[in-house]
Write a protein that binds this ligand. Structure first.
Ligand code: FAD
Length: 295
């Protein structure tokens, strides 16, 4: 372990400990707790890792620095800012990009603050989830954002959602621009009502496997006539549910999930993804990211 010029902790570590799939080789991890350290980490080629819940990282790891937001960039100030809040609309203090989303959503519910409950069950961090505007059919990250702080090698800027070309599962923020902190925009609500909405949204996850996974493997393809087809159904119809390579398996509960039975290699997951693509009779676009990228 070394300490960088500006005080970031730098350590070679297996990335498997930071992914929900539990897979990934080593890289030089930069734990940055402030904007100065973040700027230093960006002086060389880098990637930014959030909750690792949308990633399959290769067994050989990645050659770039891997940035993890920690310390002050993983803390949250949920006090209403009196200068920006009204009786109905609450604008919070800063919430670090490294804050885990599930705990935040639960805390907001208990505080009787609404707007982000539709993201319940998404196991990412705030920064990663804002970057991809994660969500469900019950709501998405951009339902509850007031200000977004974005850091790139070019500097720091604070923007509002209106400044970004955001849309479905897309914030419009360029890759490798880091969401360091956000201010949330929330509504006062009865905690029981917020909880009821969360429970309703959670119901939709009933069929999902409980094992280690990076979530859905493929996007639902769109047919030439504009109709969406379920990728899970296509995988099921190809007879692939339950197929296992090494310690990775296509979940028997839901064909669009690949799970780690314990000790899976990224190569096993890649092999299953390739097999699905060969056997399903139409092009499938990956939902999660592969590090490094593969064709
Ligand atoms: C069981 C399960 C269920 C899921 N359900 C859903 C769902 O319902 N809806 C949904 O949208 N997603 C879902 N996902 C996918 C995933 O949880 C989300 O996409 C999540 O928002 C990813 O955030 P993360 O912090 O884990 O990002 P990571 O997986 O760490 O990274 C994903 C991408 O975000 C970038 N990134 C990470 N942090 C930052 C940052 N601070 N600033 C800028 N870029 C950053 C990374 O560089 C990478 O490109 C699910 C995943 C699992 C495992």
């Amino acid at each position: 372990m070394t300490i960088s010029r500006t005080g970031a902790r730098v350590e070679r570590q297996p990335l498997s400990r930071y992914t929900t799939l539990g897979v990934g080789g080593e890289a030089e991890v930069w734990f940055v707790s402030g904007l100065e350290q973040l700027a230093e980490a960006m002086e060389q080629p880098y990637r930014v890792l959030g909750g690792g819940s949308n990633l399959v990282i290769a067994d050989q790891g990645v050659p770039e620095r891997v940035i993890r937001l920690s310390g002050a960039l993983a803390e949250r100030d949920l006090e209403a800012d009196p200068a920006l809040s009204t009786a109905e609309e609450i604008v919070t203090g800063w919430v670090g990009g490294g804050v885990p989303l599930p705990g935040l959503v639960r805390t907001l519910q208990k505080m009787g603050l609404s707007n982000l409950e539709g993201t319940v069950g998404i196991p990412g961090q705030v920064g990663g989830s804002v970057w991809m505007n994660a969500g469900t059919r019950f709501g998405e990250m951009f339902d509850g954002l007031h200000t977004i702080e974005i850091v790139s090698p070019g500097g720091v800027r604070q923007v509002t959602p209106d400044d970004l070309a955001w849309g479905y599962r897309d914030s419009g923020i360029p890759r490798n621009h880091v969401v360091s902190r956000v201010r949330l925009k929330l509504r006062r609500a009865d905690p029981a009502d917020v909880l009821a909405k969360m429970e309703h949204a959670d119901q939709a996850r009933k069929g999902q496997p409980k094992n280690k996974t990076p979530g859905c493997a493929f996007k639902n393809p769109v047919l030439p006539d504009g109709q969406k087809v379920s990728a899970g159904r296509l995988i099921d119809e190809a007879g692939l549910k339950g197929t296992q390579i090494g310690q990775a398996r296509i979940a028997p509960e839901h064909g669009n999930f690949i799970v780690n039975l314990g000790g899976a290699a990224a190569a096993d997951v890649h092999a299953l993804l390739d097999l699905i693509r060969q056997r399903v009779g139409m092009p499938l676009e990956l939902e999660y990211e592969l590090w490094p990228e593969r064709p």
